[in-house]
Write a protein that binds this ligand. Structure first.
Ligand SMILES: C[S@@+](CC[C@H](N)C(=O)[O-])C[C@H]1O[C@@H](n2cnc3c(N)ncnc32)[C@H](O)[C@@H]1O
Length: 281
């Protein structure tokens, strides 16, 4: 099990090299020999737990070409501003409302997968009090750096730079897991891996909260919305609108669903409880 101290130490790991290696793996797919050599070199130079992740990523070659979920460095530095502009300045109020539904309690431990700039974590800390703890996981070193800056005054928050569909070092230690606007950008097989990770990381009866696009028929939406959504969202994001996420969660041993719709039903907060009896794969 990764301890709190170990997580904090991991902040020092140089994962730019990992990013290069991961991108190398993608380039390798289209036959760039230099890229695959750099992948191997970077993997060899990395600490062993990262090496495993890099090598398995290279073998599986699964960074999808159908996602926009991985951001460039400049997109990262403007991420919060862009979200504010999208919602005409109401983004902060929206996430405060959504997080207030998660029933966070003083002293709880929370895992935030795809934690981005830690804007959500900042809000969550209000509900958790000084004894609560949060771990944010994100594959982007730039996002993690911004998140660390935002949370530098909170020793009870730690970050891990890792892909959330790779095995996570947590077992039955979190009360709640939150995944906000990240699941839709993964291929279904990776969503399944994430949900298996979530189940393993949660304590018995722990809750997963997924804040993401709701199920709706894009073709029946108002034309400007439909047009903008198609321009902005990736292929996987559009497919997500017809995904039966409850069924997928049910297959991973979650139930007792709760749903809160937001933004004219286009977004939902879906909560599901880890049921006893299923197995942690
Ligand atoms: C749209 S942002 C959402 C950030 C944050 N959850 C929020 O709601 O403000 C998606 C985040 O997920 C991260 N991400 C995308 N795919 C990932 C993966 N496979 N593993 C880990 N993080 C991932 C991105 O780096 C980015 O920070």
């Amino acid at each position: 099990m990764l301890t709190w101290g170990k997580l904090l130490d991991d902040k020092d790991i140089d994962s730019d090299r990992d990013d290069e290696a991961v991108r190398g793996a993608t380039l390798g797919q289209v036959g760039d020999p230099a890229a695959s050599a750099s992948t191997v070199l970077a993997a060899e130079a990395a600490p062993s737990h990262q090496r495993r992740a890099l090598i398995s990523r290279r073998r599986r070659n699964t960074i999808s070409q159908r996602t926009h979920g991985e951001f460039t460095r400049s997109a990262v530095s403007h991420y919060d501003l862009v979200m504010d502009l999208f919602l005409l300045g109401r983004y902060q109020a929206f996430i405060e409302q959504a997080i207030s539904r998660m029933d966070l309690r003083q002293g709880e431990t929370i895992l935030d997968l795809g934690s981005g700039t830690a804007r959500n974590i900042d809000v969550m800390l209000g509900g958790l009090g000084p004894t609560g703890r949060v771990v944010g996981v994100d594959s982007s070193q730039d996002m993690v750096q911004q998140a660390q800056q935002r949370c530098h005054a909170y020793p009870q928050v730690a970050f891990l730079t890792q892909r959330i569909e790779e095995p996570l070092p947590f077992h039955a230690e979190f009360d709640k897991t939150c995944i906000s606007f990240t699941l839709h950008s993964l291929e279904d097989e990776d969503k399944e891996r994430v949900l298996a990770n979530v189940r393993r990381a949660l304590k018995p009866s722990g809750m997963v909260w997924i804040l993401d696009f709701n199920e709706f028929d894009l073709d029946r939406q108002w034309f400007p919305f439909r047009w903008a959504f198609r321009r902005i969202e990736c292929e996987l994001g559009i497919e997500f609108l017809s995904l039966d996420l409850r069924r997928m969660l049910g297959d991973h041993g979650f139930g007792r669903f709760v749903t809160y719709p937001f933004l004219r039903n286009h977004v939902r907060l879906l909560g599901a409880e880890k049921l006893n009896g299923g197995s942690d794969k």
